[in-house]
Design a protein around this ligand. Structure first.
Ligand SMILES: Nc1nc2c(ncn2[C@@H]2O[C@H](COP(=O)(O)OP(=O)(O)OP(=O)(O)O)[C@@H](O)[C@H]2O)c(=O)[nH]1
Ligand SMILES: [Zn+2]
Length: 188
């Protein structure tokens, strides 16, 4: 179920209820439009729910014999931790070695945006990026590394600001070649 059918009025009612439960007055001036704003925001930040990640990967081209590594680094993302529904954010780095197909570089950023627009855990997000690239391009190999700062670990709970989580998924030739992994890690 994608969020095309998200009922903003239902979300508004739930947010009003939550505000009441925490002891706030949803009718006070500052909070009056908050349920509407939150509903609008949820529609935006969760619009990727149930949209297949590979739909972001349009526009492929013939590799024309290019068989080196393609690396796109520092793709910013913001998403929502599915356990606490507060953001985690950071950068995604993608590398692949084409077989017969390459793809428009911007599509990697579109892919990261799409998988970020749903409640997430960093491991699944990393997997979804790598799997979509593998499915569409069938490259010789793909590697995805994601760095994340989790507000649920910084602003609450264990309170460790500055902690950083790194997740990496390797497929194809990256699984067997440490040299290729090193080349990816080193490329800036
Ligand atoms: N593996 C993984 N864990 C995550 C991610 N985002 C948040 N978490 C963790 O999910 C766990 C949920 O743990 P619970 O014990 O159910 O929840 P909690 O009582 O709020 O836990 P604390 O955060 O330790 O206070 C926490 O350890 C979070 O740090 C993620 O992307 N990947
Ligand atoms: Zn969390």
């Amino acid at each position: 179920m994608s969020n095309d059918t998200l009922s903003t009025s239902k979300v508004e009612d739930h947010i009003r209820g939550i505000l009441e439960e925490i002891g706030e007055d949803p009718k006070r001036e500052g909070l009056l439009n908050t349920p509407t704003r939150v509903a609008k925001m949820y529609k935006e930040v969760f619009e990727g729910v149930d949209v297949p990640p590979e739909t972001a990967l349009t526009t492929t081209f013939d590799a024309e014999g290019y068989d080196g590594m393609v690396v796109v680094k520092n793709i910013d993302y913001y998403t929502f931790c599915e356990h606490h529904l507060i953001p985690f954010f950071g950068k995604a780095h993608i590398g692949y070695i084409p077989d017969s197909q390459i793809i428009g570089l911007s599509k990697f950023a579109r892919l990261v945006e799409l998988v970020a627009k749903r409640p997430q855990v960093q491991e699944r997000m990393t997997n979804q990026i790598a799997s979509a690239i593998e499915k569409v391009l069938q490259p010789k190999g793909v590697i995805v590394s994601v760095e994340g700062q989790h507000l649920c670990m910084c602003a609450r709970g264990v309170k460790k600001p500055g902690s950083k989580t790194v997740t990496t998924v390797k497929k194809g030739c990256f699984e067997t070649s440490n040299d290729l992994v090193q080349e990816f890690m080193r490329s800036e």
